[in-house]
Design a protein around this ligand. Structure first.
Ligand code: HEM
Length: 440
């Protein structure tokens, strides 16, 4: 690995974000973030060949002003010895996440319309039904893996419905998403995983190409139809762009919301006083959810390029140098949040950056909030006396997308016929997961 030598910079190796590859640091990265904030808030990381910003105001500045065109180009892949994953990079450059205005603005506008809070609110009861169906057998058993049995599956089903693909495919969609997320979340590619990831990508592309044909024959009210109809708004999108962005929306919907639910329940279980407060006062859930997003952000960092030479805190960032904006650190900045390492479910003025900021602010945020609100409310109401299973927890080896591999818990079991209310139907039948078309 080449280590750039910029004289006068604090290149203390112990400050490198590379240490997130150490499972103990990944499990609790906040001391590393605090050191960066205190010792070198605009840090040149020679191991990652990038600047790392960790203070709230700098992270927000970078998100608002820097370029998102940082999908690896073929030359960069060759330089990294990663040219084998070129087909993945070819898809990434077509995704809105890696575009700047005006291309970004047009493409985002086409998709984001499907995620407006007013439209999504109509899905509340339907999502409650899905939650009830997933939880019912586990609540009767008195134990579950919150992620495997529930939190991974709920967003996979809902995202499939909103996109317009069969919700019964959610398990396959989730497996593909996890493979793609490995590339999005990590600093380095793992050659041992190339073959698996490339196979997943080819399968996803074929799957969405087929879905496009079906939607052309039978248009519906969903994300795929919106992308196919973009021409109405004067935006021409070819099939490769539509497919790349279907993959992005699918991954965005599936690789983050489970971690809000999983990380959030873990944080509550580790802070029993806050858990009890929330259980006895459910109207606090929206405020608590924002705190859980701040406290253990499901998306910890993202990368941008400097649009021109920029001076930040006395450091000169050169044009087109990479900058890693660490939202997980900004959310723990004591200059922005008092006692940032304390979980306080009543915290006010909580302007966390868990959904990013600036032009790429997550447009799935209203959906994530809706799904997680229903999930937290139902779990707290129907699974009393919840306790963590006495086994060590493991964090997913994904440096950017922060979540556990599993979250096994036990609780007081409920009778199998216990009413979970207040959904539309209450029958345990996956076939009704196609309810969104009639509601939208
Ligand atoms: C708790 C759940 C979620 C979190 C923490 C989250 C986080 C984020 C963040 C931090 C970004 C900005 C990334 C950047 O600036 O580089 C983003 C963008 C995005 N998210 Fe989410 N997200 C969540 C849920 C969702 C959902 C449910 C969807 C869709 C179904 C979604 C789709 C997207 C898309 C498509 C973008 C790119 C937007 C753009 O480039 O303009 N996300 N998300």
């Amino acid at each position: 690995m080449t280590v750039a030598n910029y004289t006068g910079l604090n290149t203390d190796p112990s400050l490198s974000l590379y240490h997130l590859y150490d499972p103990d640091i990944l499990a609790y990265p906040y001391p590393l973030y605090h050191r960066l904030q205190d010792e070198d808030p605009v840090h040149w990381d020679p191991f990652l060949n990038a600047w790392v910003v960790t203070k709230y105001s700098d992270v927000l500045f970078v998100l608002q002003n820097f370029s998102a065109k940082c999908a690896p180009c073929p030359e960069r892949l060759i330089q990294m010895g990663a040219d084998s994953i070129k087909p993945i990079a070819d898809v990434m450059v077509l995704q809105m996440l890696f575009m700047d205005p005006p291309d970004h603005t047009r493409l985002r506008g086409v998709c984001a319309g499907m995620f407006k809070p007013r439209l999504l609110e109509r899905l509340r009861e339907h999502i409650q039904d899905i939650v009830n169906d997933l939880l019912r057998p586990r609540l009767a058993a008195g134990s579950m893996d919150i992620l495997g049995d529930f939190a991974n599956r709920l967003p996979a089903i809902v995202t499939a419905e909103l996109m317009g693909v069969p919700p019964e495919d959610h398990e396959q969609l989730k497996l593909w998403s996890a493979d793609f997320a490995e590339i999005l979340g990590n600093f380095q590619h793992n050659p041992d995983r190339d073959a698996k990831m490339l196979k997943s990508l080819q399968e996803m592309i074929a799957y969405f190409r087929n879905a496009l044909e079906e939607h052309r024959a039978r248009p519906r009210q969903d994300v795929i139809t919106a992308l196919l109809n973009a021409g109405i708004y004067g935006v021409h999108l070819d099939d490769a762009v539509i497919i790349a962005n279907c993959i992005l929306v699918m991954v965005g919907g599936q690789e983050t919301t489970p971690n809000l639910i999983g990380n959030g329940m873990l944080s509550l279980l580790k802070n029993p006083g806050e858990l009890e407060k929330l259980r006895s006062e459910p109207p606090l859930i929206p405020t608590a959810m924002e705190e859980l997003l701040r406290y253990e952000a499901p998306s910890q960092h993202t990368t941008r390029l400097a649009p021109h030479d920029v001076e930040l805190r006395g450091r000169r960032i050169g044009k087109e140098q990479s900058v890693i904006a660490v939202m997980g650190s900004a959310n723990r900045d004591p200059e922005q949040f008092s006692q940032p390492d304390r979980l306080d479910i009543t915290r006010s003025g909580n302007k966390h950056l868990a959904f990013g900021g600036g032009p790429h602010f997550c447009f799935g945020a209203p959906l994530a909030r809706l799904e997680a609100h229903i999930a937290f409310e139902t779990l707290l109401r129907c699974a009393p006396e919840m306790a963590l299973a006495p086994i060590p927890l493991q964090w997913r080896p994904n440096l950017g997308l922060r979540g556990l591999t599993a979250l096994p818990v036990s609780f007081a079991a409920t009778a199998p016929n216990h009413s979970l209310g207040p959904g539309i139907e209450n029958s345990a039948n996956a076939a009704k997961w196609s309810g969104i078309q009639s509601i939208a």
